[in-house]
Write a protein that binds this ligand. Sequence first.
Ligand code: XBP
Ligand code: MG
Length: 243
Amino acid sequence: MQAEAATIAPSSAAELIRNAAALIFDVDGTLAETEELHRRAFNLAFAGHGLDWHWDRAAYKDLLRVTGGKERIRAFHTRQWIASPLSDADIAELHRIKTAHFAELVETGCCPLRPGVADLLTAAKARGQRLAIATTTSHGNIDALLSRALGARWAADFDAIVAGDDVRHKKPAPDVYLDILARLKLAPSDCVAIEDSANGLIAASRASIPVLITRSMYFRDDDFSAARVVLDDLSELDAKQKN
Ligand code: XBP
Ligand code: MG
């Protein structure tokens, strides 16, 4: 039985968001449901590389416990009983090809922002709140997704952006969140992290940042008991603000 979110009801979620000096957004699963595109991009890269690997949704759900695409490929490779040796350089090249496929898939427009995301970004900017991104994915993937969703000048609205390869340890380590706090020169309690996964919740919590969870496709049944609030998506905030 999963414990419910600890402290506040969704009705106070809007207040938690409004009172923060900065909102720190995760990307994959939070801003957009990108993991299906990542999964397709991995499979296209494997096929193009002559590997008979195919990650179906069940396999990918399990592999998503490993954060970082390169680390995920290595974890899968290690589990293969019979596998041709893959060096770190081989994996980096495979991941580069995967990232190119991901950008092509995003460009088709089939991965819009999740409900409530655009409205929250607009409302936060109007309130003078600062915006940041703390993610495991790459700067290239962030740019592909947000250029398509928010236009070419999307980055001008964000005060700090920290991606997976900017830090030594990816989520659930707190590195990306600690880096954001240092760049914003804010205390953790002045911020709210918006996440979708247990790894993201752990990472932000280790940086002492309160977390709002929006349930996503692959992490719906993760344990979010340490979150301040759990929503199905960010459009619930808008509904709460209207009451
Ligand atoms: C989710 C991840 C990433 C993506 C794949 O990142 O763990 O690894 O699954 O992207 P987030 P890469 O912290 O935004 O939820 O292949 O670029 O790693
Ligand atoms: Mg995520």
